[in-house]
Design a protein. Structure first.
Length: 249
């Protein structure tokens, strides 16, 4: 999938939440092509209900806002080397109380509950370089955005959470990192990319690399951070954003 580099994840056990489209699917396919056994989760009842080709991936239906379901899912796993907490999104009107709470639950609380429920499996991993927990953060982790009073703070909390997990679980052989995605093509960003060209233009103006991101750009960073090449990296968030976070508006 990536030019100039190959990864060997032979026999690694990987979970990618929200792995049926966009960044999650790109990550799942990259791990699969590198030899891993990959479980993906989604909200629909069966893999056949998705338009995407999920062949070679083990699909599980999972409600990320249901703590009991998260714990039950973790309990169903036999082993785990890498957990990619990708599922998330901006749900409804976050300026309303229920919308705000739902966004925190999906984008932050689910990461904590699922990661801690998988802690023992990750600690038992024998993967070279250590087991990994990955979060998918956002530019809203760093910058205020009027549409996302829930999503933004949740993604900012995710940055802090991987710091805490990285420091707390290092002695168990578990690393925790995140990738902060810039404006990347996905179901979440489709309305912006298709109907808000002025916003896209302003974003690209600030970036050093004048294009929007592709899901594979984020997947490349995720696979690096969980690889043995990143064995001494933990608690970090890597912006993959074409330079947006260092540019001047």
């Amino acid at each position: 999938m990536f030019q100039g580099i190959e990864y060997d994840y032979s026999n690694a056990s990987v979970v990618v939440t929200g792995g049926t489209s966009g960044i999650g699917l790109a990550c799942a396919r990259a791990y699969r092509e590198a030899g891993a056994q990959v479980i993906v989760t989604g909200r629909k009842a069966a893999a056949q209900e998705y338009d995407a080709d999920l062949s070679g991936l083990d699909y599980r239906s999972l409600d990320m806002g249901d703590r009991s379901a998260l714990l039950a899912f973790a309990g169903s796993l036999q082993r785990l080397d890498i957990l990619v907490n990708n599922a998330g999104g901006s749900l409804g009107n976050e300026w309303e109380h229920d919308g705000f709470d739902e966004s925190l639950a999906i984008n932050l609380s689910s990461v904590f509950h699922l990661s801690t429920a998988c802690k023992e499996l990750l600690a038992a991993s024998e993967f070279t370089g250590g087991a990994s927990v990955i979060g998918i953060a956002s530019m809203t982790s760093y910058f205020g955005f009027e549409w996302t009073p829930g999503y933004g703070p949740a993604k900012a909390g995710l940055v802090q959470l991987v710091k805490t997990l990285g420091m707390s679980w290092g002695t168990l052989g578990i690393r925790a990192n995140a990738v902060a995605a810039g404006l990347t093509r996905s179901n979440l960003t489709a309305p912006v990319l298709e109907h808000m060209q002025d916003m896209v233009d302003e974003t690209l103006k600030r970036q050093g690399i004048k294009r929007t991101g592709e899901p594979e750009d984020i997947a490349a960073a995720v696979l690096f951070l969980t690889s043995p090449a990143a064995a001494w990296i933990t608690g970090q968030t890597l912006p993959v954003d074409g330079g947006f976070s260092v540019g001047m508006g």
